[in-house]
Design a protein around this ligand. Structure first.
Ligand code: CA
Length: 129
């Protein structure tokens, strides 16, 4: 079963996302700020990270850079409108996808599912013949 880390300081959005993802059968961990995210993240445990850009203590970019030192885990960034210019910068850091806020939880879940499906396909061993 895939375990997902949600990093979002808005309680309401974080809770709704967690509910939607759990309904899809995912296990979910939550972090409310950048420091908590770094402490919670484990390259072995988490299959995907949903990461807000504007966070208390450490912003999403800083969290992403730290994660990338030890892991190629897929990351979906949540950006506010007007932060779109950051996208090119983000792709350099290995962001897999973006969702612009206000974000629909359904859209985030659909993107999560699509990325995990792609990753799992790549991981599947090839036939030997
Ligand atoms: Ca935020």
């Amino acid at each position: 079963m895939s375990r997902i880390l949600i990093v979002e300081d808005e309680d309401k959005l974080r809770r709704v996302l967690k509910l939607y993802l759990e309904k899809e059968g995912y296990l979910v961990d939550e972090a409310k700020d950048g420091e908590e995210a770094i402490n919670l993240f484990s390259p072995i445990t988490h299959s995907l990270v949903i990461l807000d850009v504007m966070l208390p203590k450490r912003d999403g970019w800083s969290v992403l850079r730290t994660i990338r030192r030890e892991s190629e885990v897929p990351v979906i960034m949540l950006t506010a409108r007007g932060e779109e210019d950051d996208k090119l910068f983000g792709f350099d850091l290995g962001v897999d996808d973006y969702v612009v806020k206000p974000a629909s939880p359904r859209e985030i879940v659909a993107r999560t599912r699509a990325i995990l499906k792609r990753v799992q396909k790549l991981k599947k061993p090839k036939n030997l013949i």
